[in-house]
Design a protein around this ligand. Structure first.
Ligand code: SF4
Length: 584
């Protein structure tokens, strides 16, 4: 049965206590991104630093979680160690359904535990366990121990950090159920600052589905669209790595720290190559019939001669670009090996790969030396990168500690800002042109998923800046409605506005179904307000020179158009954050 309020568990790690609060706003804040922003407004403080123990770490699901397929994401919100501003990161795995079965719309973690701890929450209990013996334990090993100390399986989700999170790295992720991540903007460090090695969500409650034929009929329709049309095929078959060859052909794949946009030897790391040579199996987030998670293997020598073990490593387009083409790698197993090293440290693979690409060019140019990197970094050589991931995760010296705060922060100290591939944070894997660069640099999460800027570049040859800015603003709002529902954005073509309305109606959220437009605008305003109140200045965003030096299938990048786009989008963001009825 649906509720007219949100049921939220607030945990105080210092006091070792939790309490359930009822929060209104079901019809205006929806859930996911909307609920997270609402909760940060109530429990966070934009003026205090990210690692102040009082700052909340928020996990929120949506009104359709558990009712329909691919409503599988959890929105994690926090003040980011990367830029000390309000941020979001999204992940799936079993996290969303576990929260639903724990009878929670959101979990808010506050304060700092006195010892390294694991928080266990369920439908009727919370427990905070001392796990000091997991300190600095890599993510894979910690996972094995955590599975043993937390009873039950089923709808159980394990969120954990590695040494990078404990060290306070702004590139530290929160690993979710091994193959998914709250990857970007340093959520792992926020857990580390709370002395929280892990959160185990035990979905041990009961969750009832609506009776009657209408719900069952609509569910079947949605399921059929997801499984029998070609809208989702790409994600199941080769998965997002299908993009590697496509972008390379377009000269839009960032290679060797974006010194190039294609690589003649790309065949060794395409989606096709990964599937042919390395793929073990596909996996899926709970409640997803698509299964886009591709798990490959890396073989390692094991103790005695001629004994081998293999490790399972998930891959997608983004990790392949960041640790593959950006680092000049041409062998799929080498790429998986580097991803594996980053994963063990609990690093966001994208940020870490792009940071090491900058370090490699900085080393080539004499901006830094091997005294800084401790290992030789050379494009195309995997061994150095595997070790460098460990150094970066542990923060073994001043250089790696600076780099872990962000590539531009390291460049501000050593030099080399011109070739730092940073668009708000380390770039995503698309050198498609002006619209994407402006979109990531200014986007709320600095994510390629904030808007479809990369796709706009591929569909529009004109240089109509106003049309592009309008697209970014509108597309962000459309996606925001989906992330308020916590839909997987891969299903955005299936979950049209009309279908979402039908789904909400059949479950019982009729007012919300009627007001999706105003709800989207409200969430968009609140998120940007929080972001700007916590220090974001859209008008001050600068794009490093390297991005203006690329050439892709459209020809050389137009730096003037890029700057006009950045200025225009910045103005729109400022007006979206303005109080209702006012534009700044
Ligand atoms: S398509 Fe992939 S990311 Fe999306 S819900 Fe399914 S398995 Fe998870």
């Amino acid at each position: 049965m649906i509720r007219d309020h949100f049921r939220v568990l607030i945990v105080d790690l210092a006091a070792g206590k939790g309490s359930i609060v009822k929060i209104d706003g079901r019809d205006t804040d929806a859930g996911g991104s909307g609920l997270a922003a609402r909760l940060f407004n109530e429990y966070g403080d934009v003026t205090r630093p990210w690692n102040d123990p009082a700052q909340p770490l928020i996990f929120a699901i949506g009104p359709l979680t558990g009712y329909f397929p691919l409503m599988s994401k959890t929105v994690c919100a926090f003040k980011s160690p990367y830029h000390d501003q309000y941020s979001e990161s999204h992940a799936g795995g079993r996290s969303a359904l576990s929260l639903r079965f724990a009878d929670l719309d959101a979990l808010v973690v506050t304060a700092r535990a006195p010892r390294l701890s694991c928080l266990l929450v369920g439908a009727r209990h919370i427990e905070i366990k001392d796990v000091h013996f997991l300190r600095n334990m890599p993510v894979d090993k910690a996972g094995k121990r955590l599975r043993r100390i937390s009873s039950g399986s089923g709808h159980r989700s394990i969120l954990r950090i590695g040494p990078a999170g404990e060290a306070g790295s702004a590139m530290a992720c929160i690993n979710v159920d091994t193959y998914r991540h709250f990857g970007r903007l340093g959520g792992g460090a926020v857990m580390g600052a709370k002395n929280l090695k892990a959160i185990v969500i035990q979905g041990d409650g009961i969750f009832g589905l609506p009776g009657g034929a209408d719900y069952a009929k609509l569910f079947k329709t949605v399921y059929r669209q997801l499984t029998t049309t070609d809208m989702m095929d790409k994600y199941h078959n080769l998965g997002t790595p299908v993009n590697v060859a496509v972008l390379n052909k377009l000269q839009a794949l960032p290679c060797r720290n974006l010194q190039r946009t294609s690589d003649a030897n790309i065949d060794g790391i395409t989606g096709e190559r990964f599937a042919d040579d390395t793929l073990l199996r596909n996996m899926a987030c709970s409640g997803c019939p698509v299964g886009c998670i591709h798990v490959g293997f890396v073989r390692e020598k094991f103790m005695a001669p001629n004994q081998y073990l293999y490790r399972q490593v998930s891959y997608d387009h983004e990790p392949i670009f960041a640790t593959g083409s950006m680092l000049g790698m041409t062998n799929a197993f080498d790429v998986l090996g580097i991803i594996d090293s980053a994963e063990k440290m609990g690093l966001d693979v994208m940020s870490a790969g792009v940071a090491l690409a900058w370090a490699t060019e900085a080393l080539e140019k004499g901006v830094i030396s091997e005294t800084h990197t401790k290992v030789p970094l050379q494009f195309g050589r995997a061994a150095g990168y595997r070790q460098a991931m460990v150094h970066l995760g542990l923060g073994v010296n001043d250089f790696y500690r600076r780099l872990a705060r962000g590539t531009l922060k390291a460049a501000a100290h050593y030099g080399g800002a011109d070739f730092a591939c940073v668009l708000g944070q380390e770039m995503a894997g698309y050198a498609t042109g002006e619209v994407f660069f402006a979109a990531q640099a200014l986007g709320f999460r600095h994510s390629h998923l904030d808007t479809g800027g990369y796709s706009y570049d591929q569909k529009h040859a004109d240089k109509n800046v106003d049309a592009a800015v309008d697209f970014l603003v509108h597309d962000e709002q459309e996606r925001l409605i989906l992330t308020a529902m916590v839909a997987c954005l891969f299903a955005r073509k299936v979950y049209t506005r009309e279908l979402l309305g039908d789904c909400l109606n059949v479950v019982g959220y009729r007012t919300l179904a009627e007001n999706l437009d105003s709800v989207g605008a409200r969430i968009q305003h609140r998120r940007w307000r929080l972001r700007m109140d916590s220090g974001f200045d859209p008008a001050g965003v600068e794009i490093p020179k390297r991005f203006t030096e690329i050439t892709n299938w459209k020809g050389p990048l137009d730096a003037k158009v890029l700057q006009t786009l950045v200025d225009g989008y910045a103005k729109k963001i400022i007006s979206m954050a303005a109080p209702a009825g006012k534009s700044e």
